[in-house]
Design a protein around this ligand. Structure first.
Ligand code: GLU
Length: 356
């Protein structure tokens, strides 16, 4: 199945990516999403890239890069380019925009690609597609009303700074007001950005309020937004299948819009269900006992992790020890359950027993 109303133009290689943020140890949920990205590529003979999404210097820690590569290799996954690739290809051959000042090995790390984001940002600004936004977080929060705990408010940015004249902008900047850069999404979007075909969930239709409306491409502290970086990187690296957690699905319209602005064909999307703990919470660092590292150290085998996830997700009917390769021959995104069960509270014990 091919997503989006705009036809895909990639007739050559299929390219996917693993795009972890090095902000902690990988957990069972990361293992599941990366397993799907691996299966999506390897089942079709595609190439897989490892790209480190360390764009936020406050949250990213270099020591986690080595750890995540180690954990994924332990799980039995491999990739063809980027940090930790088994037989790394020469990075400059693989990336279409390998210019700039970063050393070649950093081209698969967002922190080494800031010059490219800056260049694209300037272009968007020149084309009149981006505008400075002086709204503070506090102001935006009060406009949004009180969101449910942990839930992002489903309110589109009301466009307060969209219509400011050049003089007003210049005067605020001269006075030292902080500002982010937002994209004119709400005025320029098209229906095909809000409705697209997903390899797991089928036809998806989102409202403007779910996407947040005019979205930030650069924060007021100068950090480029995930939305911008991820699309530029995926275009530059020739990625044409994106597999990631369904929690990011509301980013997809914004990203489809960016593909259009950069005149690039959109990729296929497969959003996969999240692994939630027994209380329905997303996995996070506090779930240390079900980090891949924690599981491995307590005697769990990678085949137990994969075999259990395969049954939980609907890819297999019963739990058994399995390698990633065991799931390849009949792999299909459409077999994945849209709402799999919550994790049992004793999942670590279950995986340990299965490993015996
Ligand atoms: N780096 C993002 C994350 O760790 C994933 C981004 C994506 O797959 O588009 O959540």
């Amino acid at each position: 199945m091919i997503s989006n109303s705009k036809p895909l133009q990639h007739t050559g290689a299929i390219v996917g990516r693993l795009a972890p943020s090095p902000t902690g140890y990988l957990h069972l949920g990361n293992a599941w999403a990366f397993l799907c990205a691996w299966l999506g590529m390897r089942s079709r003979g595609g190439r897989l890239i490892m790209r480190i999404e360390d764009i936020d210097p406050q949250r990213s820690k270099p020591e986690y890069i080595h750890a995540l590569c180690e954990d994924l290799r332990w799980l039995g996954l491999d990739w063809d380019a980027g940090p930790g690739a088994a037989e790394p290809e020469h990075p400059c051959d693989q990336i279409s925009d390998a210019g700039g000042t970063a050393p070649a090995h950093q081209l698969y790390q967002q922190s080494g690609r800031l010059h490219l984001y800056r260049q694209a940002m300037l272009e968007l600004e020149k084309r009149g597609l981006a505008y400075p936004c002086f709204c503070t977080r506090k102001e935006l929060r009060s406009l949004a009303g009180a969101p449910q705990a942990g839930e992002p408010a489903e309110v589109a940015y009301p466009g307060i700074c969209r219509g400011l004249g050049p003089e007003e902008r210049a005067s605020r900047i001269a006075k030292g007001h902080n500002y982010s850069w937002r994209l004119r999404f709400q005025e320029n979007f098209q229906e095909r950005h809000l409705a697209f075909d997903d390899l797991v969930y089928g036809r998806v239709k989102l409202g403007m309020e779910q996407t947040g409306g005019d979205f930030a491409v650069c924060r007021s502290d100068g950090v480029f937004a995930y939305q911008l970086a991820v699309v530029l990187d995926d275009i530059a690296m020739g990625v044409n299948q994106i597999v990631r957690g369904v929690d990011i699905i509301t980013s997809t319209p914004r990203q489809l819009f960016l593909y259009d602005l950069f005149d690039a064909p959109p990729p296929e999307y497969a959003h996969v269900p999240l692994v939630l703990d027994h209380e329905g919470e997303r996995l996070a660092k506090r779930h240390a006992s079900i980090s891949l590292r924690g599981l491995r150290e307590s005697g769990v085998r990678p085949e137990a992790v994969i075999g259990w996830l395969a049954c939980w997700s609907g890819l297999r009917n019963e739990v058994a020890l399995r390698s990633a390769g065991d799931l390849l021959n009949d792999f299909s995104f459409s077999a994945i359950k849209h709402e799999p069960d919550l994790l049992p509270p004793d999942i670590a014990d279950i995986l340990r027993d299965l490993s015996r």
